[in-house]
Design a protein around this ligand. Sequence first.
Ligand code: NDP
Length: 397
Amino acid sequence: MSKVLIVGAGGVGGVVAHKCAQVPEVFSEILLASRTVARCEAIRDAVRERTGREIGVAGLDADQVDQTVALIRKFQPELVINVALPYQDLAIMDACLETGVAYLDTANYEPPDTPRFEYKWQWAYQERFKTAGLMALLGSGFDPGVTNVFCAYAARKYFDEIHYIDILDCNAGDHGHPFATNFNPEINIREITQPGRYWEDGEWKEIPAMSESMMWDYPEIGPRNSFLLYHEELESLVKNIHGLRRIRFFMTFGEQYLTHLRVLQNVGMTSIEPVMYEGHEVVPLKFLKQLLPDPGSLGENYKGKTNIGCVVSGIHNGSPRKIYIYNVCDHEETYREVGAQAVSYTTGVPAMIGAKMMLEGKWSGAGVFNMEELDPEPFMEDLNRYGLPWKILELEV
Ligand code: NDP
């Protein structure tokens, strides 16, 4: 029985609040805090209606460490689940250290003025969390998150040596808008407009953004063109899965999405460099975010499925082996369950499960951890139990 503080009342925060509320035997008290308190209240009302549980709400600017420290001291949670934006990661980690509380997030820290996805800022907290005897769990969403656990599970159960990993992320859903992003538009567009990067033969290789793609036949969806991107879990998996020769990440995009993105890039709307407009400084990408649909609002008319998984190949008992380990999630089903589309759902459920692992003591330790460093088995069991069942296909080598 534990108290948790959830920070961030967006699409993902709504799912985390619902899923924690569904497991009262672990999450005995829940406080949802975010910058705009009205969004917390809307989630609180939805949680009450669906689960009958009452959760607390609070206004919080998590960029201000002293505000988070004060809220933690007042509520006294055992764990802070950070599902605000990556910009808040370090400030919330600082507040956790100051108050002696464990920490979890779903996305690595990014400096607001440079779109760089690197663990170096958060890994630098290793000694401080160790010395404080506290656990910080990084990247407990789907990718990163479940994909890291899939790799750890494959390493433990299916392979003696893993040589190649391709992480594949397909959203074959249709939300009915000409252009919208499935999670925070600013974070999403920063991610996909960066150069692609993958790791091969001991070094990082860089390619122009969206310049390489392949077709993959996604179970329950069909063939989809999938583009090579850099994604943050590659960095920790390269460090923690030994014997790797290559690891890449692919994501599907439809033609319509790519055309819109190209136009927006060409006219400068995806830039994070401020411009002066009528005496005001405006960051084009932040302005674009204001115009695009709120990802949390996409659920209602979303149809179709996501399929996210890992193609892993290597050696088992002296023979080559290749598997695909994946989850399929249906936008309409997640909307019925928690009022959210599948991209928020596939992020929020693993955040709840990661928190549950920590609070039940199944995952423990002092320091900063990536998901693949912990025992994958109880987490894999809970994925099946709490809405993200997975399958494994043996593929031809
Ligand atoms: P949203 O933009 O929908 O929600 C973010 C929420 O954080 C908003 O409620 C926002 O408040 C709040 N927030 C922003 N700044 C602050 C602040 N300074 N203090 C307190 N609250 C703040 O994003 P999503 O829910 O779609 O995404 C949440 C997180 O999940 C992101 O970090 C994203 O990168 C991550 N993610 C991870 C994935 C994975 O698989 N690992 C996949 C998808 C997302 P306000 O309403 O006032 O703006």
